[in-house]
Every structure is written in structure tokens, then in C-alpha cells.
Design a protein around this ligand. Structure first.
Ligand code: HEC
Length: 303
């Protein structure tokens, strides 16, 4: 073989090797937890055949029937903590947060009435509106969450920063969502952009990351850590979760948005958390909100 041919053959081999190793690199980077085969069209009822705990927390009657589980440390998680929603627990600081949120919205709307109509997309009445979030906003060209809407309206109408995850944002969000309390969540699956976000969120839910190489699914699907104690906490089904956020966290005495909860779970996974409002968290919120479709908005809640 001539030197020239030899060199050509050698470089071809090296190219092949490089291609193979980059494929492996990609595979490793994209390692996934096995797909739990969730059907978005079933909404919250997708928990049937998943964790099968929905029978304990589906509605008032179910919660009443299964109230005894709250006393059993090993089974308590099956209530998905839904026994702590709304008026099921007596007056808790979540209710005060609703009042504070309302006062804040009124104050900002007194300055600039358009703030309220921006939140209500043209109407000052917020009743029932939050149940349709997250949604695709054609004018903005992106998916908007309730907290994303608050931030956008504050910026465009008041030229003020009400950053997602800030105490002001959480208070307004709790008030906004409380205006839909009891209304079934209805994220619009017919909207292609929403389904695209759902698929991206789903991908993130199964993708392993961080020092522990955990996915969200490593703790939140049947056959994983779900239902088993982990440093004092027991991960539950992701169905129905989006309904009660932002929630009042009794242990720390503050409201927590769902993006802040994602960041806390990322911390448990030894994965760098993202900022509330990050597009990846918006996608995850779409994913878990679709898993709450049909379940009533349950704000204020305490956890
Ligand atoms: C190391 C285990 C673990 C991992 C991994 C994990 N979580 Fe969690 N998560 C928990 C525990 C424990 C709780 C508190 C108990 C509960 O409500 O599930 C929780 C709570 C939640 C809640 C709130 C449930 C409620 O009722 O208020 C949401 C939403 C959630 N996780 C989403 C996620 C997402 C999204 C990911 C991936 C980014 C993730 N989790 C990864 C352990 C984990």
C-alpha cells in the first residue's frame, strides 16, 4: 500500500472512531429513565394504572373515605397530600397570602388599571382564567404560565419587575389562581405549541442529570423511589400536583411556586437548579399541568 493510501485509510478509520465515540457520548449524556407511557389525553385520570393513588384523593368523598391514611406514616403519601388543600385544613397562612395578593393587585391596578386587564387578557374579572394555564399566547409567540403573565404585565404596563419566584409574584399568583379555585384545570392540548412544550417537558422528566444521575422519574413514577422514604420525605405521583401551586410551605413559612419546587427537586438530584421562569421549567410546568387536567384548582393550599 502506498503511503498516501495508508494515510487516507488511517484518517478514515479515525473519523469513524470519532463518530462512534460522539454517538456514545451523546447516548451517555441523554440517558433516560424508562418511559412510564403516560397518555396526556387522560389528564389526571392517567394516574389510574400509574400510582393508582387517585382513588384516595380524586374528590371530597374519596378524601373523606381515606382520611385514615393520614395517620399511617407508611401510607400517608397515597393521599398525595391533597388532604391539605383549601378549606380541608383550617385557616392557614395560604389564605392570608391570597388576601395579600389581592391587596397588591388592587394597589397596582389603582396605579394603572391596565395591569388588571392585562392579567385578565382584556377583562378585569380573573375568575376561572387561571385554570387554562399554561397556554400559548399567539401575540407573544410563547407559552405563558400564570407567573409568566404576571411578570409580563408588570413589565409592559407598570415598567416594574415582578420576577417569577419573588414573594410579590407568588402572592399575586396565589390570588390569581384562587379566582379559579374548584374549577377543573383545562390546558389546551389541541394547541400544537402546547403539545410541543408537553413533549419537551416529558423528555426532561425522564432525562437523567446531575451527580446522582437521577431523572425526575427516578423519584416520581411507580417502581422508583416513589412511595418510599427519602431523607424524611416520600415522593408522590406527579398527577394532580400543578393544581395546588403556589403552595404555602409551613416548614419554612413562605409561599413556594412550582418552579421553586422544581429547583428544590433538582437540588435533591444534585443537579444545578434553574431560575423560575426558565424555558425548561415552563416546559416541565406544561407537562405536570397536563397531568392535572380535569382536577380542580386547589389554591390556597399548604404543604
Ligand atoms: C430524589 C428524589 C426526587 C427527584 C429526582 C425529584 N423529586 Fe420531586 N419531589 C421529591 C419529594 C421527596 C417531594 C415531596 C413529596 C411529594 O409531594 O412528592 C417532591 C415533590 C415534588 C412536587 C410537588 C408535589 C406536591 O404535592 O406538592 C413536584 C411538582 C415535583 N416534585 C416535581 C419534580 C420534577 C419536575 C422533578 C425533576 C426535575 C423532580 N420532582 C425530581 C423527590 C424528588
Amino acid at each position: 500500500m502506498s503511503d498516501r493510501k495508508y494515510i487516507m485509510l488511517l484518517s478514515a478509520l479515525m473519523l469513524c472512531l470519532a463518530a462512534v465515540s460522539s454517538v456514545f457520548g451523546e447516548e451517555l449524556y441523554r440517558e433516560h429513565y424508562p418511559d412510564a407511557k403516560i397518555d396526556p389525553a387522560r389528564g389526571v385520570e392517567g394516574d389510574v394504572g400509574f400510582s393508582d393513588t387517585i382513588r384516595y384523593w380524586r374528590d371530597e368523598a374519596a378524601l373523606e373515605r381515606s382520611a385514615g391514611l393520614a395517620e399511617k406514616p407508611a401510607e400517608q403519601w397515597k393521599l398525595n397530600w391533597k388532604h391539605m388543600d383549601l378549606d380541608r385544613v383550617e385557616l392557614h397562612p395560604g389564605h392570608l397570602a391570597v388576601d395579600e395578593g389581592e391587596a397588591l393587585v388592587k394597589k397596582l391596578a389603582a396605579r394603572e388599571a391596565a395591569f388588571l386587564t392585562c392579567l385578565g387578557e382584556g377583562a378585569a374579572d380573573l375568575r376561572g382564567k387561571a385554570a387554562a394555564y399554561p397556554k400559548f399566547d399567539a401575540a407573544l409567540g410563547r407559552i405563558v404560565t400564570v407567573e409568566g403573565r404576571i411578570e409580563q404585565c408588570a413589565k409592559s404596563v407598570l415598567n416594574e419587575d415582578i420576577r417569577q419566584g419573588s414573594p410579590a409574584s407568588n402572592k399575586i399568583s396565589v390570588y390569581f389562581k384562587s379566582q379559579s379555585a374548584g374549577k377543573p384545570i383545562k390546558v389546551d392540548l389541541a394547541e400544537a405549541k402546547v403539545m410541543e412544550a408537553y413533549r419537551r417537558g416529558e423528555e426532561l422528566f425522564y432525562r437523567k442529570t446531575g451527580q446522582l444521575n437521577f431523572a425526575c422519574a427516578s423519584c416520581h413514577v411507580p417502581g422508583s423511589i416513589m412511595g418510599h422514604k427519602l431523607r424524611g420525605e416520600t415522593p408522590t405521583t406527579p398527577f394532580g400536583d400543578a393544581a395546588h401551586y403556589p403552595t404555602y410551605r409551613t416548614p419554612v413559612g413562605a409561599l413556594e411556586s412550582i418552579h421553586e419546587r422544581f429547583a428544590r427537586c433538582h437540588g435533591q438530584m444534585r443537579t444545578q437548579g434553574l431560575k423560575p421562569g426558565d424555558p425548561a421549567y415552563v416546559d416541565l410546568e406544561v407537562f405536570v399541568s397536563v397531568l392535572s387536567n380535569g382536577y380542580p384548582v386547589s389554591v390556597p393550599s399548604a404543604r
